[in-house]
Design a protein around this ligand. Structure first.
Ligand SMILES: Nc1ncnc2c1ncn2[C@@H]1O[C@H](COP(=O)(O)OP(=O)(O)O)[C@@H](O)[C@H]1O
Ligand SMILES: [Mg+2]
Length: 281
């Protein structure tokens, strides 16, 4: 059911009327439906006609060489693209289990439902406690007891509570890189999102911190939808249920193949998939 609901992009976007990200309500349950997503920066189109159904409560890995548009797809999903001057996204994105009409008009709700973790940990230059409290207050929570309970639960969920409970007022910037990344994950989780976008979340981390994040990804996917961009084929093998390969073809990023992780690794259909995945252990 297409309700023709245009997600208007920010005024800073490339500007024309056709620069919209429409949000359609689908009847089918259990997936993020991305239809014909195209992304441009100024006059440069970098992703074209990207369509993919991402199953709910599973890990979907987006793979492909640098520059093929993986991050651009991610920022189309939570509309961070609106914050980038000159970035124009067209196509439609719908979350079959959510009230897309509400999300269309309420970016704060959209970003609460669709959390994001970046390549480099980016805690706010506040205390550990305030990083999480800030997120909750931004979303209108005022009750002190509930705030405290949710902060403790989020820190426990990412395995940080035992490591930091005696220094919650210390600066988040004093934590190790791996701890900072888990704090950033807790900052997303404290808002109880149903989708978490992860853009190469382990590329700046040591192997032990990477393992912790991968274990969290597996656990979180029991009740949340994870979209994970990774360059690590080993990581994709360890955590992904589904995969999609993007490739820059004639100068534009396009979907080459999608499938279950097992099918993509064991019997890739496209020559590019075979070439890209042949180095997996
Ligand atoms: N803010 C931006 N302004 C202009 N071009 C950009 C911007 N962000 C990304 N690009 C370009 O878009 C293309 C896709 O980039 P990106 O989505 O980051 O790819 P990937 O995540 O697969 O490495 C690249 O050519 C990149 O240079
Ligand atoms: Mg990227």
């Amino acid at each position: 059911m297409n309700q023709s609901m245009a997600w208007a992009t920010a005024p800073t976007s490339a500007g024309s009327d056709d620069c919209t990200l429409s949000c359609t309500c689908t009847e089918a349950g259990g997936h993020i439906a991305i239809e014909n997503l195209s992304v441009s920066y100024g006059s440069q189109k970098v992703v074209e006609d990207f369509s993919l159904h991402i199953p709910r409560n599973a890990v979907t890995a987006l793979l492909g060489p640098s520059g093929c548009g993986k991050s651009s797809v991610l920022i189309g999903l939570n509309r961070l693209c609106d914050l980038i001057p000159g970035c124009c996204v067209t196509g439609s994105v719908s979350f079959s289990w959510l009230d897309n009409e509400r999300l269309r008009g309420d970016l704060i709700q959209l970003r609460r439902q669709v959390g994001m973790l970046f390549q480099r940990p980016n805690p706010f230059p506040f205390s550990i406690w305030r990083n999480l409290e800030f997120a909750l207050k931004q979303h209108g929570l005022k009750a002190k007891v509930e705030i405290a309970d949710r902060i403790e639960a989020a820190l426990k969920e990412v395995g940080l509570w035992d490591e930091v409970s005696d220094r919650l007022n210390d600066s988040a910037l004093a934590l190790s890189g791996g701890q900072q990344q888990r704090l950033c994950l807790a900052r997303a989780l404290v808002l109880d999102p149903s989708v978490i976008l992860m853009d190469e979340p382990c590329s700046a981390l040591d192997p032990i911190s990477t393992q912790k994040i991968e274990q969290l990804v597996l656990r979180l996917a029991e009740k949340r939808t994870i979209v994970l961009v990774t360059h690590s084929l080993g990581q994709a093998q360890r955590v992904a249920d589904h995969m999609a390969l993007l490739w820059k073809l004639e100068g534009v990023g396009k979907l080459v193949e999608r499938g279950t992780a097992r099918q993509m690794f064991d019997s890739p259909k496209h020559q590019l998939t075979q070439t890209y995945l042949q180095f997996a252990a």
